[in-house]
Design a protein around this ligand. Structure first.
Ligand code: UDP
Ligand code: MG
Length: 138
């Protein structure tokens, strides 16, 4: 059993897509082990995306991620890190496969509705960034 961090980004929350996103997880035998809504401060968003600090899109990404509340979830299931990435689709919605969240809902390479961890190590770091052990339901 694997765990990954999923975020419904501010664009997804504002546009009323929380239910649509969660439906795709639940209908693909992914279990939600933890969930909360938060509104990130600038330093919290900078910390979360620290790996992208040197990228040209970093400042804009931080501004976007602090522009409204987000829904943060721990997803659990077999091979869930890769599975979630498949359900999400490519970073650039124009390159995302048909039937993926980003292909169906994203409007911009930045405003792409969802985040998902990309490896076991990053999943652990990202889950611990948002949740303590008591908030994750086994
Ligand atoms: N992003 C962006 N421009 C880019 C690449 C990424 O605005 O050229 C944003 C986008 O919101 C993306 C996030 O930065 O989801 C993190 O980028 P990453 O390469 O980790 O993509 P992801 O893992 O989210 O698919
Ligand atoms: Mg990433």
């Amino acid at each position: 059993m694997e765990r990954t961090l999923s975020i419904i980004k501010p664009d997804g929350v504002k546009r009323g897509l929380i239910g649509d996103v969660i439906k795709r997880f639940e209908s693909n035998t992914i279990r939600i082990a933890a969930m909360k809504m938060v509104h990130l401060t600038q330093s919290q968003a900078e910390g979360f995306y620290a790996v992208h600090k040197e990228r040209p899109f970093f400042n804009s990404l931080v501004a976007f991620m602090t522009s409204g509340p987000i829904v943060v979830m721990v997803l659990e299931g077999e091979d869930v890190i890769a599975k979630n990435r498949t359900i999400m689709g490519a970073t650039n919605y124009k390159e995302a496969a048909e039937g993926t969240i980003r292909r169906d809902f994203a409007t911009d390479i930045e405003k792409n509705v969802v985040h998902g961890s990309d490896a076991i190590e990053t999943a652990n770091v990202e889950i611990n960034y948002f949740f303590n052990t008591f908030e994750i339901i086994s």
